[in-house]
Design a protein. Structure first.
Length: 332
C-alpha cells in the first residue's frame, strides 16, 4: 500500500502538471529569443536587411506582410509558401498567390543568416520576423516575435485554393475560415487592417465595378463616387494595373484602411463584408481609431502560431525555395 504522504505528494505533482500543460501546449515550442544563444544576431540581421529593402522598395512591404498570412493559412506557419514547384504545383503557383512578390527578399535575408549562423534560422521564422519588420518600418507598431518554427516540406497549390479566403468572401465564410484556424472574429477584423499597406490588381475587384450580378452593374455596397474613380484606373479585363488598397497612405501602416471601409470604400468584397457583422462593424466604426495598434500585434502573434512545426518536426532549409536533398530522396 502506498503511504498517504507519498500518495498526496503524487496527486499534488499531477495537479501541477495539469495546470502547466495548457500553457506548454499553447506555446507550441515557440518562445521569444529562441535564437539568443544559437544565432544572437538573427533578428538584427533581418531588421538591417529589411531596412535597406524598404528604403529602396517600399511597395514590397504589403506583399511581404501578406506572404506571412498566406503561409500560415495553408499547412500552418511552416514556410511552405516559399517552396518551388517540382513534381507537383506548389502553393506559390496557386492563383491566390500569383500576385505575391518579395521571394528574392526572403532569399536575401536567408543568405545573410546562413552566412552568420549556418543551418540555424528557419524560413518560417524569417517570414514572421520580416512581417514584423515591414510593419515597424512603415510606421506601424512593434512586437516581440515568438520564434522556433521549423520548415515544412509539403507545398501544394490545391491546399492554397482550399484554405485562403478569396477577396469575394462574405462575412460568414470569412468567420468560418478564421475560426478553422483558431482565430476569432476580432482577429479577423484586426488582421484585415493589414490592407492599410500594399496594392491590388484590378482583377481582384473588377467584378464589383462592371458586372457584379451578371447584368453589367456595380456592387451597391461600394460608394458610387469610389466606383467612378476606380473605373478610371481599371478598364474591363485590365490584368496589369495596380491600385492602392488604402488610397493616399498605402506605404504607411495606419488606421486609414478602417476609415476607407467605414466610407464604403473597402476595395474588396471581403472588406465591405466587415460592415455586415455587428462585432466587425463596431470595430471598424468605433474601436479601430484607438485600438488597432494595440490589437494588431496580439492577433498577428496568435496567427503566427497556427500549425507550427517545432522540436524535431520539419527541417531547417538551407535555401527557402528547396527542401533538403535528404527529404527529396526519402520521399521519392
Amino acid at each position: 500500500m502506498v503511504p498517504k504522504v507519498v500518495f498526496s505528494f503524487f496527486l499534488n505533482f499531477v495537479a501541477i502538471l495539469v495546470l502547466l500543460l495548457p500553457q506548454t501546449a499553447d506555446a507550441q515550442g515557440l518562445k521569444i529569443g529562441f535564437y539568443s544563444k544559437t544565432c544572437p544576431k538573427a533578428e538584427a540581421i533581418v531588421l538591417q536587411e529589411m531596412t535597406e529593402v524598404i528604403k529602396v522598395a517600399p511597395s514590397l512591404s504589403g506583399p511581404l506582410l501578406r506572404m506571412h498570412f498566406h503561409d500560415c493559412f495553408v499547412m500552418g506557419c511552416d514556410g511552405s509558401i516559399l517552396l518551388n514547384s517540382s513534381k507537383n504545383t506548389a502553393e506559390k503557383d496557386a492563383p491566390p498567390n500569383l500576385s505575391l512578390r518579395g521571394y528574392a527578399v526572403i532569399d536575401r535575408v536567408k543568405a545573410k543568416l546562413e552566412k552568420s549562423c549556418k543551418g540555424i534560422v528557419s524560413c518560417a521564422d524569417i517570414l514572421a520576423l520580416v512581417a514584423r519588420d515591414v510593419v515597424r518600418l512603415t510606421n506601424g507598431p512593434f512586437w516581440q516575435v515568438p520564434t522556433g518554427r521549423r520548415d515544412g516540406n509539403v507545398s501544394q497549390a490545391s491546399d492554397a485554393l482550399a484554405n485562403l479566403p478569396p477577396p469575394i468572401a462574405n462575412i460568414s465564410s470569412l468567420k468560418a475560415s478564421f475560426s478553422s484556424k483558431g482565430l476569432n472574429t476580432k482577429d479577423l477584423v484586426v488582421l484585415a487592417g493589414s490592407h492599410t499597406i500594399g496594392t491590388s490588381h484590378c482583377t481582384s475587384f473588377s467584378n464589383r465595378l462592371y458586372n457584379f450580378t451578371g447584368k453589367g452593374d456595380s456592387d451597391p455596397a461600394l460608394d458610387k463616387n469610389y466606383v467612378a474613380a476606380l473605373k478610371k484606373k481599371c478598364k474591363p479585363n485590365d490584368a496589369t494595373t495596380l491600385v492602392q488598397m488604402d488610397p493616399g497612405s498605402s506605404k504607411s501602416f495606419d488606421n486609414g484602411y478602417f476609415t476607407q471601409v467605414s466610407k464604403r470604400r473597402g476595395l474588396f468584397q471581403s472588406d465591405s463584408a466587415l460592415l455586415q457583422d455587428p462585432q466587425t462593424k463596431d470595430y471598424v466604426l468605433n474601436k479601430a481609431s484607438t485600438s488597432f495598434f494595440k490589437d494588431f500585434p496580439v492577433s498577428i502573434v496568435k496567427m503566427g502560431k497556427i500549425g507550427v512545426l517545432t522540436g524535431n518536426k520539419g527541417e531547417i532549409r538551407q535555401h527557402c525555395a528547396l527542401v533538403k536533398l535528404i527529404i527529396i530522396m526519402h520521399s521519392s
